[in-house]
Design a protein around this ligand. Structure first.
Ligand code: ITT
Length: 185
């Protein structure tokens, strides 16, 4: 069985990746190595900087993931600042910013950065809407206020496997899994 490290401090991300990659013959190991998250508007730039930094310290194949929520009415805010905004104003704060707003379109983006014989980036997007209220206790972060367009439930009302079928992270990981299986990008 092949070992693959996932560098993340986020338990929710790790749970989803483990579930998604379960059927590959890969042993996924969580590691919490600190790496600088540069300030950039492009998640790909942030992920690429991260994998190049970590590749000098970790010699086994690994990946990390950078993600964010982009709200149309807020000109794509919080985007790359999603972690900070979640830790400060949280879901109630986002709902307040959108109070009375009709356009509730938003999307999540995930960039998975794999380092295996060099850097590889895989992207996934999940489009949907910001709900009017908090719904559900599953998942993490913005999950209870985001409903993907394919489903009426919020991510916060879904099991991990269900969320993975629609989510930005599920999609990006699926592309990475295909690459790991076939070697074709
Ligand atoms: P790492 O250690 O992997 O960096 P992190 O939580 O700091 O974990 P990011 O820097 O990628 O991760 O921040 C993305 C933030 O966006 C994350 O903390 C959540 O608040 C939010 N987010 C990302 N994906 C999400 C998802 O699937 N559901 C809900 N919120 C999500």
């Amino acid at each position: 069985m092949e070992e693959l490290y996932f560098i993340t401090g986020n338990k929710g991300k790790f749970k989803e990746a483990k579930d998604k990659l379960r059927c590959l013959n890969i042993e996924l190991i969580q590691t919490k190595m600190e790496y600088p998250e540069i300030q950039a508007s492009d998640l790909k730039e942030i992920a690429l900087f991260g994998i190049n930094f970590c590749s000098e310290r970790l010699k086994s194949p690994f990946f990390l993931e950078d993600s964010g929520l982009f709200v149309e009415e807020l000109n794509s805010f919080p985007g790359p600042y999603s972690r900070y905004v979640q830790d400060t104003i949280g879901n109630d704060g986002i709902l307040k910013l959108l109070s009375g707003v009709k356009n509730r379109s938003a999307y999540f983006k995930s960039v998975v950065g794999l380092y295996k014989d060099g850097p590889h980036l895989f992207e996934g997007i999940s489009r949907g809407t910001i709900t009017n209220e908090i719904r559900g206790y599953e998942g993490f972060g913005y999950d209870p206020i985001f409903a993907p367009e394919e489903n009426l439930k919020t991510f916060g009302e879904m099991t991990t496997t269900e969320k993975n079928a629609f989510s930005h992270r599920g999609k990006a990981l699926e592309i990475m899994a295909k690459y790991l299986e076939t070697g074709v990008e």
